[in-house]
Design a protein around this ligand. Sequence first.
Ligand SMILES: [Zn+2]
Length: 416
Amino acid sequence: MTASVKRLASVSLLSLALTSAAFAADEKLRTAAEQAQPAVIDSLHEMVMIESGSSDLDGLQKMADFTEARLKALGARTERRKTTRGTGADIVIGTFEGTGTKKLMLIAHMDTVYERGILVSQPYKIDGNRIYGPGIADDKGGIAVILHSLKILNDAGWRDYAKLTVSFNPDEEVGSIGSGEIIAGLADQHDVVLSCEPTTAAPIARNDSLLLGASGTATGVMEVKGKASHAGAAPQLGRNALIELAHQLLQTQDVAKSIPGTQLNWTTAKAGTVRNQIPELATAGADIRVTVPDGVQKLQAALDEKIKNRLIPDTDVTVKITAGRPPFIANDRGRALAKDGQAIYAEIDRKLDIAEMTGGATNAGFANRSGKAIVVESFGLAGWGYHARDEYIDTSSIVPRLYLMTRMLTELGKRK
Ligand SMILES: [Zn+2]
């Protein structure tokens, strides 16, 4: 054997060793994930039986009791913070101190879109691979992934992190109006935030996915002030706010079309109080979605320009956009982390897709707002029917999702 052939042989042996190492599953974690499945289903059942719509203070506090007790049992220091707006229900925050260097954060939400009493018409039920229940995927599945992944890692003695924080908020479905700033503030104190909204189940989606973008929300209010007068005796003395509003809605309805990454739809309107008076006040409301950081500002500027064109002189027209949840646009480091997720899924022979953008807004927008932490979305279970009827999770996603979360955390813990 010549020297060059020897070298070639040893190089290929080395690369083979690396390749097989990269694709070898962590069998301990995989086995633990498989063993955890019945307990995950028990937790899902318990949580679904606690109805916790975003306006259901009693149900939300019960969910807070449940999640706080679970975090305590895992050895977390827990804290309950009141949301600053809305129902005033509690955010549950659990903190673990470890022996490593990374600061990691996991987030999910406890509220659902369903009204009290929903379990009567949509009960918890198991049908093959599907388990049905209001909020079971969005987002009780996300909570279950967090709690049971931490249980697996706790049992394995894993403490390779400086700090690990868990946040469960009670108002995600109403824009995290009373918790978003708290989530954003906490996220900024961490290196990585994994947000646990559900992923889409098969066969609707070919594969599970991680998500790198979600639109932000905003609300637009247009107000027209005119002048009241007798609609029968002296209409010419009035300035009809309703007619001016109609003119303004027509001329602004397509305003977002020229601003990439924005969407505006006028959805509500109100004018006048009685039939026989020329109305002096008219208002309209718009639903706004943005997928670019400066979308709200650009839209506001374009609207301010458009409304200068009046139909009725002497009317006063204003538009005010109030930003809601910021858009989530993952940075390059988030994209790289999602690719790591794909490699982890490959270890257990599963395909993981990377989804770029969804129209629904999520807490990842707050976590990612400053760009300090690396943020990736959709570490929850695979499901379908969110915000609709017959919401379910696919039980065949439980093991891969526990494996993904536990492997991702141990991998992140190792990094310098
Ligand atoms: Zn959700």
